[in-house]
Design a protein around this ligand. Structure first.
Ligand code: GRF
Length: 198
């Protein structure tokens, strides 16, 4: 299964996928990594010899045009839009993908989110869970649909919230669960164990 990963930040989830895919027994290949910016995480792809591309929203008149150019870049790298044509994984992409892009790729388009959706959607999930005074939160891997963090849930895992811990500390502990969860979800999709229903 050809996988294109989209990131905006440090890319530790990307690195987990790259490390997993380095094992020939892993049923997916990371064929490209894209970003909306000069994401530090792109260095993980370069180090692994995986092509990268940057498509900046500010270079286009509207979000749909950005989505079209992003879709073309993904397809150029071997991830198509039809059945059995690959998978797009958003792992820390800090952008809402436009409707046209979602229609092209979904349901072979998944996202990882650092909360137990539908709790705490949006860009500040970890902060929101802390602010809610919750005693636990977690991580969700879901299909991206036209909403924000609203698509069908594929996998979830819980993470306790420790008294007095800060946002960064909690987010790092969430990522410790998130990285293997994402790696295993992509494995399950690649083997057909997990079906992405159209
Ligand atoms: C992840 O926790 C992801 O769920 C959230 O942003 C974080 C990205 O972390 N959307 P990294 O760039 O993979 O280290």
């Amino acid at each position: 299964l050809n996988v294109c990963v989209l990131i905006s930040g440090s890319g530790s989830n990307l690195k987990a996928l790259l490390d997993a895919a380095a094992d020939p027994a892993y049923p997916a290949r990371i064929v490209a990594v894209g970003s909306d910016t000069e994401a530090p995480g792109l260095a993980h792809a370069t180090a692994a010899g995986v092509p990268t591309f940057i498509v900046r929203p500010q270079d286009y008149d509207d979000r749909e045009e950005w989505g079209q150019v992003l879709a073309a870049a993904i397809q150029e790298h071997g991830v198509g839009t039809g059945p059995d044509s690959g998978l797009v994984v958003s792992a820390g992409l800090m952008r809402i993908l436009p409707a046209g892009f979602v229609h092209e790729f979904s349901p072979r388009l998944i996202n990882t989110h650092p909360a137990l959706l539908p709790l705490h959607p949006g860009a500040h999930a970890v902060r929101d869970a802390l602010a809610a005074g919750a005693t636990e939160t977690g991580v969700t891997v879901h299909v991206i649909d036209e909403g924000v963090d609203t698509g069908p849930v594929l996998r979830q895992a819980r993470v306790e919230i420790r008294p007095g811990e800060g946002e960064n500390e909690l987010h790092e502990r969430i990522k410790q669960v998130e990285r293997p969860l994402l790696v295993d979800t992509v494995r399950a999709i690649a083997t057909g164990e997990l079906q992405l229903s159209d």
